[in-house]
Structures are given as structure tokens and as C-alpha cells.
Design a protein around this ligand. Sequence first.
Ligand code: ANZ
Ligand code: ZN
Length: 844
Amino acid sequence: ERGFDHAEIEPRWQRTWDDEGVFRIPDDAEDPEYVLAMFPYTSGDLHMGHVRNYTITDAYARFERMRGEHVLHPMGWDSFGLPAENAAEERDTNPRDWTMDCIDTMKSQFRSMGFGYDWDREITTCEPEYYRWNQWLFERFREAGLVERQAAELNWCPSCETVLADEQVEEAETPKESPGGGGAAGDGAEICWRCDTPIDHREMDQWFLTITDYAEELLEALDDLEGWPNNVREMQRNWIGRQEGDSVEFELTTGDTVEIFTTRLDTIHGATFFAMSPGHEVAQELAEEDDDVAEYVHRVEGADEDEVDETSGVFTGEYATNPATGEEIPVYVADYVLEDVGTGALYAVPAHDERDHAFAEEHDIPIEQVVEPKPDADVDPEDVDVQEAAYPEDGVLVGSGEYDGLTSEEARETFVEVFDGEHRVEYRLRDWGISRQRYWGTPIPMIHCDECGYVEVPEEDLPVELPEFVQTTGNPLDAAEEWKAVECPDCGGPAERETDTMDTFVDSSWYFLRFLSPDLDDAPFDGERASDWMPVDRYVGGIEHAVMHLLYARFFTKVLDDIDLFEGAPASDASGGSPERSSDGVREPFANLTNQGMVLGEDGNKMSKSGDNGVSPTEIVEAYGADTARLFIMEAAQPEKDFAWSPEGVQSAHQFLQNLHGLAAELAESDGDGATGDDPVAAYVDRETDAAAARATAEFEDFRFNHALQAVRDLVSLLRRYHERADADAAVVERGVRTVVKLLGPVAPHVAEEVWGLLGGEGLLAEAEWPEAALPEDYDVASRLVEDTREDVRDIVDTVGIEDPQTITLAVAPEWKTRAHELARDSEADNLIGDLMGHDEIRE
Ligand code: ANZ
Ligand code: ZN
């Protein structure tokens, strides 16, 4: 069998696709299928994780295109960020040149992988024509009351006299000493990346987007995002962290009144101590007067979360009066109380809270039961021993004086009145601080005037472009004196530009909209097109973006809808736009989300360049071709699963493609016939061809590419065995191979085009019609097989609630085999077909 030369065919087909504009989508296309991979950060190097991510969307986009859909499959560059500044410094260049080089490299790597993007829609976030819209949107957000100055703690290097980004803070090498080891450098303290000086924290005013205004909607809408994995929705729920509870004030012997937040006001009679986070204002005050408190606060502030014992804390010598009992309870500063949860202070009830219980045991604090199981609960009140372990459930009050006998629910309602509390909803979610004290980002379009305060850069002066890059110890924008000095837009007096740039998550919060109209110069995106083309139908990217990126993008989308940017007229045209809100606005950006798993090294560890288990996409493409890499990756596992790199797997994929090509070449040379007419074996092979197409189609739709490819491989081996028979009908084989090639087209597009050509296929395979499986009436077994199995899987998922479809599919798989066996047995051509299908495999 002859082979193909990937180094020759791949670039050739890539050029042809480009020339023919196969991946272009016209602006007037009606509601295309929007397939999107999270755009890459421009690190300059494509790794296997990227290849997997982008192969998934490319395969799906090609599949949908062959099915006759308009497909929008764009690509761009997430190109702002600190690494570019660091790289520029190391290489003595500037962030812009470095970034542009990276883009060049990555773009040619993308091309060599055969990824089909509409490059006419390419966007680059570090270009002024993109980031001007970040600035414009910032101003619209500000008008909508969604921008605030708030104090935030920043890393400050006293020696460089500059703010450091979190990434610029390093840890001193010397291992941390045991608790109480003091605070100077040398105990694992945070130090400046440049001069190794221990850093300070400083409170400074920063720009914030008030995402908390949308907390409730961001949370509630998660329920309807059925196309999202449950784990991502759960992560977002936890991140938003809605808690319904009550706040109550406690008087301290210090004279302070401290507010606490609790979800268990019913347990207040059982409070045996009071605790504040080390960052709490009152704790900080106490630290100034008390050495023990100071030492503890200092120690835990400099430490990583997991370095501090859950039960660590320090008694302050002060007491708090429990408003329910009038008792004085000791006040502790404890690290398990988080600064930004609730009010940063709580009353602790060791009998009914596990963390409080552990703390009480460690510090010899009494444990007093105030809730016991309800009479109808599974637990016998006699079996509850709160000295042993906390009883955290709701129940009936005991040990609470006149309130004994109330249920927890009743008690909470009563106590909030009696103890003058306030019922409220708290969120863990914080406003989004977007200020970054670094150069390579979008300048925040504000001007500070001593007379007028902060004034917006007038819209007609946008974009505020970045000045030339200079090397400094701190933020290069602070050093750009000429750039900084401006006239105040309000009073005309001397004023200064804001030197903070935006968090790069702003760039990625709306880039999916810019793809719709990348060249538009009077609005960030075409609102009408957006309401037609959005949401993204299939979004694929890493789980590491489960919270921030995906939450910010959801937030942006809701705001953009609320400020009416999804309406017909360009948003900057004040007179345009219809008065009432369009009913088809966009509330969510991504209808379906897939998080692809990791590509592991052969050793099963995360593949990394530094770790010497890395395989470079470029080398694989050179050695075997892009199709081999794509096929191997897609066959290895379903998209959500991790899989380990395997040279044998790569070989097998390569061999499969070579063999297929060989078979096609043979067919192309033979002149055709053989048996015709009512040969039952030929009929069987024909029907199997349709069955494979039906199965593969269903699996593609479900993003189960590995299953689809298994169907293709099964069909190919059947076709081969049949082809070797003397009485084989060449037309049947050829039809089979044509089907195979189409089914393979999305995954191994170059070889597929080549084979398509060999078989005399018309036009480009990338534009050919997907094989609609027209199953004959009597072929209900195979089609039922597909349908039933899918139903079975769904049923199991629904009833058991298991989240791992692959395990389930494996469990159901024997079912497939049994039925396939039945099919073979009942068929007219029993023996022959059994032979063709490989009986052993079926029986095992
Ligand atoms: C008293 C109490 C008694 C609580 C009890 C719980 C059980 P969950 O329940 O996990 O959703 N809390 C309040 N502020 C906190 C902070 N800044 N850091 C850490 N924990 C804090 O969380 C609600 C509970 O978390 C609150 O209710 C409070 O402890 C604690 F039997 O108050 B509770
Ligand atoms: Zn002014």
C-alpha cells in the first residue's frame, strides 16, 4: 500500500482552504452556529493542551459546516499581561514587539494544525482598535453606576517604592520556622521579585467594577445554564457564596460595638466565645496594645492559607457580652474567621459548629448544647453528645431559657426581633478590582485634576494609547511624564492621567462579541448582529477559567444588555435605538460549555515543557503530520477526560490514516465491479456503512468524538475484510470508504481531502455534504442500538446523578456487544457476517 506524504499534502490543503475561503462567514449570515475556543494568551508557544482545545472546536465546526450550517469559528489573541513585560525585560525588547512575534509564531502553528478559522475576524486585544472599546465600555459602565473607587490592599516594595502585582511577589527561600517565628525576611516571607526586600501591604484606592450588584442574577441564572457542566456551575455558586442569615451587635469590654453575621441565630444562647479575623479593624487595634495579639496577627498575615492551623488563635484578654444571656464570653482573634466573609466577626457555638468545636477543644472553652434533634428526626436526642462532636443540624431549642421548645426556624425569626438584629443576604463575591499597576494593559481612561477630582477622558479622545515602553523599577506609566501630563477636560487646568491599566480579564469579558464585527469603528460590536448570532453555541476551554473568566463574561453580557447595547442601532448613536428593550437581548454569553481535560505526559503527570515529559506539537506535526496528532488526541478520550500521551497511540493513528489512503488508492485503480444484485453480504456492508454514519453523527453531536471515531474504525475494518473477498462489490466498498472519509473529515481533514480526491469526489471535502444516514426500514436493530444506548446513558445519569458519562458508557457497552452479536446471528448470512465482524471480539 502506498502512503501519503503529510509534509506535502497538509500545507497544500491549507492553502486551498484559504484560497477558497472555506472558513469565512459573511456578515449577513443568519444565526450561524457559533463555535468558540477560549482564545490563547500569546505566550509564543503552542502546547499540546492548546492543540487539544483547538482540535475539539475545529472538528465540531467542520462537522457542523458539512451538515450545512453556517459556522462562525473565529480566533484571536489575548495579548496583554505581565509576562510580556517580563519577557521584554529579559530579551531587552519591548512588550509590543515580543507579543507580535509570538502572534506570528502561534498563527503559523495554528495554520500548520489545519485549524479552520475565519481569519478576517481575527482580533488582538493589545491593539488600540480593540482596547479603545475597553475604555469606551469602562465609561459606559461608569455612567451606569457600575464603577467605584474602593480601598484595596496592594503589595508595596519599600525599596523600589512601587506597587507590585501579585505575580511580582515572591517567597523568600529560607523555609518557614515553626509558629511564632517572627516576621522578617527569611521565614518564607513575601519579597520583591526584583530586589528581594520584604514587601509591605498598603491600602490604596483602586478602580472597581461592582459585579456584586449582579450577584443574585449571576447566581440564579446558573440554574438555567443546562449546557454547562454541573461542576462549573457549582464552583460559580460557591464563588458567589450566597448566605442568608442575620447580623447582631455585640458590646466588647474594649468599648467597641462589633457586628457579627450568622446563619444560626437560633444557637445564640450557646455562644461560648467570640472571634474576629486577624484583619478585623478591632483585632488590628488590639494588636497595637497587646504583644501576643500582635505576634499572632503578624504571623498569620504573612502565611499561606494552608500553613496556618485551623484551630490557631489568640485570646485578647477582652470579653464580649452575649445579648441573649448577658454572659461575658472571651474574645479571640482566630485565623479561621475570614476577613471578607460576613462581617469578619462571629460568635462561636462549639456545640453546633464543627470549626468552633475544634477550636474550643484546643483552647479549653466550654461546649454548651442549645439545639437537639426534632422528635421526628432520624437521630435520637439521647445519642447526641456535643462534647464529642458538634451537632450542626437544625432542631428544637434546649438550654435557651424561655425559648426552649421553639424550632430552629422559629427561633431565628424570633431572635432577629428580640436581639435587634437585621436579616440579610450576604455574598462571598467581592467587587472586581480592575486596577493593575503595570504597563502592558488597557490604560484606564481617567484623568485626575486637583480641582475637579477624577474626570473621564472625553469619548472623542479615545483611545488613550499606551506611551513608549521604558524599563523602570515600577510601573512604566508612572515614569511616562509627558504622557501623564494632560489638561483637565473640565477646567482646562493641569492634570494627570490615571496610570493604572485594566485587569486583562476585562479584555476577555467581551471578546466573543468583537468577533461578530471586528472592524466596526463606532461601537464595540454590532448590537443587532449580536442579538441574532449570540449566544456562543459551543464554548470550549480549560477548567481553570471556571470562575473568573466565565463569571466576568456573564457579568459583562448582562450589563451590556442592561445598557441596551444589544439593540439594533449602533450604541454610540444617541438618537438611534428603539425605545423599548429588544425582547431578544442576550443575558448569557455561552449556551454550552465544555472543559477539556489535560494532556498528560507518558508518565501520567501533567505535560510540561520544563518537566521533560513534554511533547512539542511542532515536532509531532513534522514527524507525523497534523492529522495524526489530531486523530490521536480525539481518539484518546472524550474531551472532558485527561489522557496520557502515547507514542503507540500516535503510531496507530498514523498507520490507520496511511492504510486508509492505501485502500482508497487501490480502489481508485481497480475498475470497479464484482458481485452485484441481491448479495446479502453486500447489503449487510451497505447497511453497516449507514449505521456507522448514524452512530458517528449522534456521537459528534454529543461531543463524544472518540466514540464516533470508534464507529469509523469499525467500519473501516469491515470494509477491508469485505474488500479482500473475491466476490466483493467494489461499488459497496467505495461507497463505504467515501462515507468513512466524510466522517473522518472533521478530525483528519487533510488526509480526508486527499482521499476524497482519489475517489473522484467533487469539490472540497470540507464543503461536501455530511452523510445523512438513511437507514433502511428493516435496519432497526442498529439504529435502536444507537438510540437505546444513548437513552440508557441519559436515564442512568438522571436517576443516579453520576457525573461521569464515560463510566456509564463503559457499563452500558457490553449491551452493545450483545446486541451486535444477536444481529450477526439472526442475519441471513450468519456465518459470513459473523466472520466479517470478527466473532471473537463480539463474544468476549
Ligand atoms: C454562629 C453559628 C452557630 C454558626 C452554629 C454556624 C453554626 P456556613 O454555615 O458554612 O454557610 N461565619 C460568619 N462569619 C464568618 C467569617 N468571617 N469567617 C468564617 N466563618 C464565619 O457559614 C455560616 C456561618 O459561618 C455563620 O454562622 C458563622 O458561624 C460563620 F451552630 O454563627 B455561624
Ligand atoms: Zn480640573
